[in-house]
Design a protein around this ligand. Structure first.
Ligand SMILES: Nc1ncnc2c1ncn2[C@@H]1O[C@H](COP(=O)(O)OP(=O)(O)OP(=O)(O)O)[C@@H](O)[C@H]1O
Ligand code: SF4
Ligand SMILES: [Mg+2]
Length: 333
């Protein structure tokens, strides 16, 4: 079966306009050969540290940016080949929810108008009219009818994000790119918004690309997970496999930092990453995680050598999936 979204070897390099790498024609490898797919009605969690390329991936999928190379197919259709008229249809099918609900809403626009905006922009007149559709959407996301004429400053962060979700749902999309939709919210509100997104998925069959920097946020929610580092995917697979038996040293390190429900067990097994995140303008040769990999010093010298060779594409970007993960799991911390 063709997946709803198929991303293959997607790359976005930004030319460097200032600093030492500029004269050398350097580029920032924000997204560097990323592949994944999302089935209809499913959720892919895209996780990684700040600057690893998550938002750039989302913006490429929205066609807010043009890819340097690679392929993005929605229902088998290559989106780079869409003509202007098809692009409008594409924008109906793929919507986005942003990290900061405050800055993504116009302070001078009422909540009702904000939710109606995509319908008006696309000249869509739902049965019963725009107002009725907006009221339905508000009800769907847990906003009250009297919120219709209110303005964003009268709302809490969680309510503003509900407005953002209603707006994204207005055109009945097949896929919503949720770019850290709960990162700016209090922990208790985060769970409410995630529950709402799950309910909506169950009712409508919409698929999500759910971006987060924290694995625990996607743990109970995503069907599949892609762990990103310096523009590349380090580990990709079903959530159960990635969370229960992570194979890449980076995934293991990230998971070891997720707080344990039992405080007594917390942190005892944390794997610390040494060193700073390298620049995406000058990533390490071969395996990009090499400079911070906690498994690297545990490998025998012969094996270590191959860490400087490019890692072939696959679900786990490590030359030593057979031994690195095991060595790390067994190492004293
Ligand atoms: N328009 C741009 N021009 C140049 N560099 C850019 C541009 N947009 C992003 N970058 C760089 O690309 C890299 C990836 O950025 P991106 O915003 O995709 O990361 P992210 O994973 O979303 O990070 P965060 O968790 O902080 O949101 C960063 O080094 C960033 O500085
Ligand atoms: S290839 Fe080597 S450096 Fe890279 S993750 Fe695997 S063990 Fe670590
Ligand atoms: Mg981002």
């Amino acid at each position: 079966m063709t997946p709803l979204l198929q991303v293959t070897d997607l790359t976005k390099h930004f030319p460097i306009r200032s600093g030492v790498f500029r004269s050398a024609g350097g580029v920032i490898k924000a997204v560097d050969g990323v592949s994944f797919s999302i089935d209809a009605g499913q959720t892919l969690g895209l996780v990684g540290e700040s600057g690893c390329g998550k938002s750039t991936t989302g913006r490429l999928l929205m066609r807010l940016l043009t890819a340097t190379s690679g392929s993005i197919r929605l229902d088998g259709q290559e989106i780079a080949e869409l003509r202007r008229s098809d692009l409008q249809e594409y924008r109906r099918r793929v919507q986005m929810v942003f990290q900061n609900p405050s800055s993504s809403l116009n302070p001078r626009q009422s909540v009702g108008s904000a939710i109606a905006a995509p319908l008006l922009a696309q000249r869509v007149t739902p049965t019963g009219g725009v107002k009725a559709r907006v009221r339905d959407l508000m009800d769907r996301v847990g906003l009250r009818p009297d919120h219709y004429n209110r303005f964003p400053h009268e709302f809490s962060g969680g309510q503003k994000q509900r407005v953002g979700i209603a707006r994204a749902l207005a055109l009945d999309p097949q896929l919503i790119i949720c770019d850290e939709p709960v990162s700016a919210l209090d922990v208790s509100v985060q769970a409410q918004v995630i529950n709402l997104l799950e309910d909506i998925q169950r009712d409508t069959g919409v698929a999500y690309l759910f971006v987060a920097h924290d694995l625990s946020v996607v743990k109970h929610f995503a069907d599949r997970v892609a762990v990103m580092y310096l523009g590349k995917i380090m580990e990709y697979g079903d959530s159960a496999g990635v969370f229960d038996a992570p194979k890449h040293p980076y995934t293991q390190a990230l998971l070891s930092a997720v707080p344990h429900p039992d405080p007594a067990a917390d942190r005892s097994g944390r794997i610390r990453l040494s060193g700073d995140l390298p620049s995406p303008a000058d990533p390490p040769r071969g395996c990009v995680f090499q400079s911070r990999c906690p498994a690297y010093p545990l490998l025998d010298p012969q094996r270590r050598q191959s860490c400087t060779d490019s890692v072939p594409s696959g679900d786990i970007a490590c030359h030593h999936t057979d031994s690195a993960g095991e060595a790390l799991a067994a190492a004293p911390r």
